[in-house]
Design a binder for this molecule. Structure first.
Ligand code: PMT
Length: 221
């Protein structure tokens, strides 16, 4: 029995990067370490939630009382996110999903040729959080927005376009916060409120985010 702020609720969280293979030895990815998503999973479990952590390839240990589902590509992350979605109360998309993947994966290692320029053909990946938020019986759906400029206005655009209930704006242009660092600073944005959470450790920030999320879930849902 757990009497925390999220007791009895199912929270599903995506975390880390996706990897989009080019050939058997190469891939396209990004600098997400998974630290923010894993910190959220730990904080949600501490608040009493049943946590399903859908994770791209990272070097982190699974927080206690958290179920981890390991995936590699965006398409795998989407499939894993759709499983059990009917039981999900709160969906948090913290993963840095590759927006595009190579149109085809070479069966053998791509050989170096004589040409100086090589072109890659990419195709758009499915948008995981938008797919979840488009469901008729959607969970309370929260996205992140990693931006390098006009952070709040781009975040608001994603809140509307992806039909989210909340977006967490993350200025990733500043040194010491965002991708791969141990600390972060964010602004939580809904259709009715905007709350700044100043720079602190990702674990501390996750606890504050989970507190705010549980309050807004109860008032806005
Ligand atoms: O992992 P760390 O090193 O700790 O770094 C944390 C972080 C910077 C990765 C994290 O705080 C963060 O900002 N995550 C979102 C990164 C991102 O890719 O944002 P975006 O603005 O491109 O995407 C907007 C939202 O749509 C995000 O919730 C993203 O998960 C989601 N998305 C994007 C593309 C896609 N194909 N599917 C998605 O679900």
């Amino acid at each position: 029995f757990n009497s925390g702020a999220l007791a009895g609720l199912n929270v599903h969280i995506t975390a880390g990067p996706t990897r989009e293979p080019l050939d058997p030895v190469r891939y396209i990815s990004n600098h997400s370490s998974g630290k923010m998503g894993y910190a959220l999973a730990a904080a949600a479990a501490d608040a009493g939630a049943r946590v399903r952590l859908i994770s791209g390839p990272v070097n982190l240990t699974v927080p206690t009382h958290v179920e981890r589902i390991s995936v590699t590509t965006a398409e795998e992350m989407l499939q894993a996110s759709l499983e059990e979605i009917n039981h999900c109360d709160i969906f948090i998309a913290c993963a840095a999903v590759a927006d595009y993947r190579p149109t085809s994966i070479a069966e053998h290692k791509i050989k170096k040729g004589n040409e100086e320029i090589m072109e890659l053909h990419l195709v758009k990946n499915p948008d995981i959080v938008a797919t979840i938020a488009a469901r008729e019986d959607k969970p309370f759906t929260i996205g992140f927005a990693a931006e390098t400029r006009d952070v709040i206005s781009y975040a608001r655009g994603k809140l509307d376009r992806k039909n989210l209930d909340m977006i967490i704006a993350n200025d990733v242009s500043q040194a010491g916060i965002g991708f791969n660092s141990d600390e972060n600073a964010v602004t939580l944005v809904t259709h009715t409120t905007q709350i700044d959470i100043p720079q602190t450790s990702k674990r501390q920030l996750a606890t504050q985010l989970i507190e705010q999320i549980s309050l807004l879930y109860k008032t806005e849902k």
